[in-house]
Ligand binder design. Sequence first.
Ligand code: ATP
Ligand code: MG
Length: 555
Amino acid sequence: MSEMKSESSNFIQKIIDNDNKVGIYDNRVHTRFPPEPNGYLHIGHAKSICLNYSLAVNNKGTFNLRFDDTNPVKEDDKYIRAIVEDIKWLCPEWSGEMFYASNYFDTMYESAEELIEKGLAYVDDLTADEMREYRGTLTEPGKESPFRERSVEENIEIFRNMKKGEYEDGKKALRAKIDMASPNLNMRDPVIYRMLRAHHHNTGDKWCIYPMYDFAHPIQDAIEGITHSVCTLEFEDHRPLYDWVLANLDKFKVQSPKQIEFAKLFLTKTMMGKRYLKQLVDEDLVDGWDDPRMPTISGYRKRGYTSESIRKFCDDIGVSKSQSVVDIAMLEHSIREDLRMKAPRTMAVLDPLKLVITNYPEGKVEYLDADMNPENPEMGKRSIPFSREIYVEREDFMEVPPKKFFRLFPGNEVRLRHAYFVKCNEVIKDENGEVIELRCTYDPKTKSGSGFNERKVKGTLHWVSADYTLDAEVRLYDYMMEDEDFDKTNFLEKLNPMSKVTLENCKIEANMSEASIGDRFQFLRHGYFIIDKNAEEGNKLVFNRIVSLKSSWKK
Ligand code: ATP
Ligand code: MG
């Protein structure tokens, strides 16, 4: 991807540079992204995709998307489709080629037999609970299983019977024979194959034994010729096992890939982790995986984020070896910066209050000039109809204003953006005492752009003409979590109850009737918005707020 910023400064690139210098991979760089198809991708995965993709592109190498589909119990085709859609969106130049770990099941099986032949794996009859007991702890060595010294012939025979399905699920397992006293628990004879009858989305019912991640993953990498197998920090202690597997398999021990770990991305005010996001979906606490409040790639897409802004964010936060939490304000900054020049400005009144200009002729309409985007003059101009009745924002009026309130109140004069000064003379209320209309007068001399400077006003209001307006529904999204004090044990109670506020009676400029789903705008003072549904599907346009204009949504 040509526009992707160089990752030349990150520590992984330094490892690659060094590998190139000593020539272990003949200057090849081949990375991969290996999602388990058991949920939708989130922004953490985006980080990993961007990192692996740009390492490949910046080094004229290759990037594989490989589904790590070795655990049929939790996997589903719908996740595969969603993941592909997300990656296409995030990396439009990705080749689209897909790899599946399950296509290598035969090689994995042969590799397991190779380890048995070499006396490096054995079938164990201990139950999972017993194995756990025998495993020892961080301070105590483990105990060897009574089945550890089975002969090669016996192991091969039982393993083949496992493959034929002669035992019940959970009854027998193949273990690597490494060291039950190793200080690294992962090296204490880890299970590498287990009995499991489960239908697999790709291989169907062919297999009733499935390989474990730590055994399968290095083999997948090696088969594809991966050079730099980038993963997250929790796998650091698994690296000796990764290396052990490849070092003991004849066809993979030369030029075997190297595992490199980096810190996972976490965001403030955001719960991360597929299983927790799945819980939100399953318990109907959000409107699906692509709910705009979700930190999923599909959620950000629906929210209106651009793929450029997400890639830029992933690039800007860099790659690190130490765990930290990134301020969500950085992600918001990235989308604001992206839309600042691209999104046309428009006025929308989210909570309308009618304002009648009593000295403006009835039936008259005047078209006022405004920039599409003052920061980007190339976008040209638009014209905004102005008439006797307009809508302003309810919160821009106060009958009894506090100090420093510069917007409308009885007797005060303000500027209507792109139009005239108006002064509030009268307040009309309904029988409950609620303000339903303001009566104002305008001063024709004060037309915007006329150079009028006899007097100044402090407040500027956005507005729409009541005669030239469309109804819209606007959804204001806020952070998923109420504060920073949450974790996997309590996040359900800590969800922000105001994370989605739907405003159903908004008024927008009438020229928006020509806009399409996916179009983005800046609503003056309210932030950036995207059209989620257009008027044909329902009776109103529906907008999602992408991001507010300032870094905190709370005033
Ligand atoms: P989760 O914790 O959300 O379930 P996972 O690691 O189990 O994530 P996988 O599908 O197994 O999800 O991960 C695919 C790749 O994405 C892995 O290489 C993993 O390390 C990486 N990854 C997962 N979460 C993050 C994150 N928060 N930041 C960066 N990379 C991540
Ligand atoms: Mg996982």
